[in-house]
Design a binder for this molecule. Structure first.
Ligand SMILES: Cc1cc2nc3c(=O)[nH]c(=O)nc-3n(C[C@H](O)[C@H](O)[C@H](O)COP(=O)(O)O)c2cc1C
Length: 344
């Protein structure tokens, strides 16, 4: 059994945020070790996407390392990329606690963190010391108190600080925990947002840096089609699908009532899997190869990741499965992918 497996019963007895802080404290100690192991990744996992070279298509989704504090550890575990954030331009505390709930028997997480962020300046300073050999993305959001009408200013402020330090940027317009944020996915709101961000990218001489958009799984199929057309017409670099879902219908009874009793927030993990895959398949059909897609949502095994790649995704990201299964998940997924007869 690995260390996480041994500690798991203890970790899962703690309240989730205490467990998170404890594992991050241990992770930070591990990052300081000079003998942090180098990942041994099969060469067959190497892939190109978004104009970048990845040691593996598997990455860590946004929200776990919001402040870029454990990058050497993620690299050592074998992730090919890490999406840091969501980072807001100014620091903010996020929602009151408790704001994260685990349901291990269902592989489900409910969270309403609400973008707790140290702010773009602090995270950018940390990113300046990022390790080589790991693709790092910066996932950006707006501050809670910023009116929707001024959202572009917030994304631009965070971009100015974070973009020069990372390999790609993801615009998060899909968190359910910042009031009004998801309205930015509407085509009339999305067009000026993307145009404004692409203008800034050009102004900063970062035209070659990929700019992606992260979408929610709760959009109607026709809305997805419309968003795809806006994204392609604007000239952004790719899409990430999906973020967490507000749909309690993905959880079976009797657990659903228990989940509902915990209040607001987005659901992730196993119960999101089918819904996220349907959304991705719709997006991939609408894209027809015009832009790359990063798969996220309910992925927890080599078969899940391979399924997403076979559907046409360029890369895949995990979050919830890592919480439930621990770091050994990464090696298991890689082993399964390497055994798969097709190239990635
Ligand atoms: C506790 C928690 C916090 C998250 N925070 C963010 C975030 O700040 N930004 C973001 O884009 N996604 C965030 N996510 C969503 C994940 O990146 C991912 O899209 C979602 O959890 C689905 O993947 P999964 O089923 O593998 O967890 C968060 C997810 C969880 C569970």
């Amino acid at each position: 059994m690995d260390l996480y497996g041994a500690l798991r019963p203890l970790i899962f007895r703690l309240d989730p945020e205490t467990a998170h802080n404890l594992t991050f404290w241990m992770g930070a100690r591990a990052c300081a070790w000079p003998w942090l192991p180098k990942p041994a990744l099969p060469a067959s996992l190497r892939c190109q996407a978004l104009g970048l070279s990845f040691p593996t298509p598997l990455g860590l989704a946004a929200g776990l390392d919001k402040g870029a504090t454990l990058l050497p550890l993620w690299k050592s575990l074998g992730f090919g990329h890490v999406e840091v954030g969501t980072v807001t331009p100014r620091p903010q505390p996020g929602n009151p606690k408790p704001r994260i709930f685990r349901f291990p028997e269902a592989g489900l997480i409910l969270n309403r963190m609400g973008f707790n962020s140290e702010g773009a300046e602090v995270v950018a300073a940390r990113l300046r010391r990022r390790p080589a050999g790991l693709v790092v993305g910066g996932n950006l959001g707006k501050n809670k108190e910023t009116p929707e009408a001024d959202a572009l200013n917030d994304y631009r402020a965070a971009y100015r600080l974070i973009a020069p330090q990372v390999d790609y940027i993801a615009l998060n317009v899909s968190s359910p925990n910042t009031p009004g944020l998801r309205n930015l996915q509407a085509p009339e709101a999305l067009k000026p947002l993307l145009a404004g961000m692409l203008d800034l990218r050009k102004e900063m001489g970062l035209e070659r840096q990929p700019l992606l958009l992260k979408l929610a799984p709760d959009l109607a199929p026709e809305d997805l089609d419309a968003i795809v057309e806006v994204a392609v017409a604007a000239g952004i670099s790719g899409l990430i699908a999906t973020n967490t879902t507000l749909d309690r219908g993905v959880v079976q009874e009797p657990l659903r009532a228990f989940v509902e009793s915990k209040g607001a927030g987005g659901l992730s993990g196993v119960p999101l899997k089918d819904k996220a895959r349907q959304v991705r398949q719709r997006i991939l059909a609408a894209l027809a190869g015009r832009l790359p897609l990063v798969a996220c949502g309910g992925l927890g095994s080599a078969a899940d990741v391979q399924g997403a790649l076979d559907d046409g995704a360029a890369l895949a990201q995990v979050y919830s499965a890592l919480i439930f299964e621990g770091p050994s998940l990464v090696g298991r997924i890689h082993q399964g992918l390497a055994e798969h007869p097709r190239s990635h």
